[in-house]
Ligand binder design. Sequence first.
Ligand code: PEP
Ligand code: MG
Length: 689
Amino acid sequence: MKEVRSLKVTNELGMHARAAGQIVALAGKYDARLFLKKDTREADGSSILSILSLAVPNGEEIEARIVGRKAKEFMDELESLFINNFGETESRPYRPKKKVIKGFPVSPGIVIGKAYHLDRSKTQIFHRKLINEEEVQRDLARFRQAVDMAKEQIHKFKSNIPERVEGYAFVLDTHSMILDDAMLFDATLKRIQKEKINAGWALEKSVENIHVLFKEVEDDYIGRRMDDVDGVSERVLRNLAGVERESLADIQGEVIVVAHTLSPVDIVEIDVDHVLGILTDVGGRTSHMAIMSEALDIPVIVGLERATDAILQGDILIVDGNTGEVIVNPDPKTILSYEDEIRRYANYKSAIDRVKHLPAETLDGHKITVKANIEFLAEAQVAIESGAEGIGLYRTEYLYLLKRDFPDEQTLFQDYDQIARMVAPNPVTIRTLDIASDRMESGMDGTREDNPALGLRSIRFCLKERKVFKTQLRAILRASRYGNFRLMFPMISGLEQFLEAKKILRSVMRSLDKEGIEYDREIPIGILIEIPSAVSIADILAKHADFFSIGTNDLIQYALAIDRDNQQVAGLYDPFHPAVLKMIHQVVKAGQKEGIDVSLCGEIAGDPLSILILLSLGLEEFSMNIGSIPLVKKMIRMVPLQKVKEGFGDIICLPTSKKVEDFVLKMAKAHLPDIFEEDVFRYRTPGTA
Ligand code: PEP
Ligand code: MG
């Protein structure tokens, strides 16, 4: 049976999400198919998104066609929905037409779909004094049992970890370690005993205490480890309360998950066939959840602050993981424009993905090297899969965090050994510990610094704490024979410091020689140039180093006196500042004069527009965040290097960063129009730290 009728949209809001929802619900009742046609476009009446894509405003007509059983009855009901304005009355409160909220994008992509609230509200904690020894003993036992249960749960997740996030199993190990940590475990037991308070309350107090200690920590990365502590304690609290948690693995249909926060365990559970995107109220770019979510290849936005309030279950959302924007209940016109944007982004993505495993060779045949910056061993695999030709910066801090003691040589060796083998024959530039003394738990007892960025950190800390330094150097050297390592010292401000670091390295080499332990005797020793004083004497340093890597994240911070972690001055962080460009140029020239390799590993290396400038300044090797690699390769392959060098000749003489940027865009428009055609600049994230 077939029924065709023309229907007029008379409700004020047009065929918006609620109206479309009612049509879909009606279609679900009948054993027939409904098609809605507007001009030349046709929508499937069983799909809310398809209906919304017609973007029918108030006053317009559509053609409805029903094929199947009871078509007439179905059409009559459908018509009365239209006549009754989909139940829309003036007094009915209606959600704002369009609401936009913004957070930090941590995984790119654009999707349109329905919101699904995942309840991750905190377990309620009851405060109760324990009245006798029997109660104390009972709560001690309850707490131990809840912790054991949490360990078991984590162990179970780890043994069933899906392949796509397998490399992140160490996050689950971190959680187990936190459960064992004295600041959490012993401290809670002590509180139950001494303060005679119930287990949940005691745990809450221990976590608060850890929060106080971490509040002083300015480093975003380490500060974010609090997310892990919170996640772990929440698990124990739930076990104490006997509350089961809703699992992401149970989600049906295709939805966008909205939650206050998600733990790394949640990420492990996500089935990407059902979850189109993820939004959370809290979390920063460096939270474990954010780092892991990149592997899911779906858009993820964190730090939205009020996503769980602003979004209701079933709301239609547009999630733009490129800009960090979420549009709640968009109007049909916006949906339509985003559908175009989705297609455009998909074209761009497939264009850059096609080149990611091709060499980064300029149009006129110059070979440029593109490597990855990583923070965890697990990222090495992702980096290579994304087209990295090696690891240009391995930040080795993570094994030192959240531990009572410094990691021993064997722990470090195992990590370095794995990365050496995994990346070989490509090189890994391994940076020695770059951490401030007050950022480690072991340093939390007394050492507080007013200006940690200018304090006892990085190589300064290592030269003071020689035992810690030597342990790391031994582990690096021992692993060096299994791969292709380059060793790099960070925060070098002068020659003496570099020579001292090398002297310690040589003494470690001698002791390995004595023990008959093999290592790579030719391991190149380089400097991370990130302090302006090192730039000034780059000519001197170049005579003693095998390579330079320019760390613009810190170099910009120190040159412009801008705290890179301070939101108040974030707008002043200026990668195109003429002083910065002059410094980069000076280092490149000094390196070229001595014939040593000079590369750049700051965040600006991930920005295609910066790449044009950096190529013109003579750089031929870059290391960047993994996500930028395909785009940067695509960019490099479109550049006629010689032409760019000639055209950009005087760029370092321009007086302001605005003039620099305008100049580059003008030159690019004139000489490299394909770059705009192919959207290479459209999805760029200007380099920040
Ligand atoms: C830099 O300072 O530019 C750098 C690469 O290192 P980090 O961001 O780890 O300080
Ligand atoms: Mg640095």
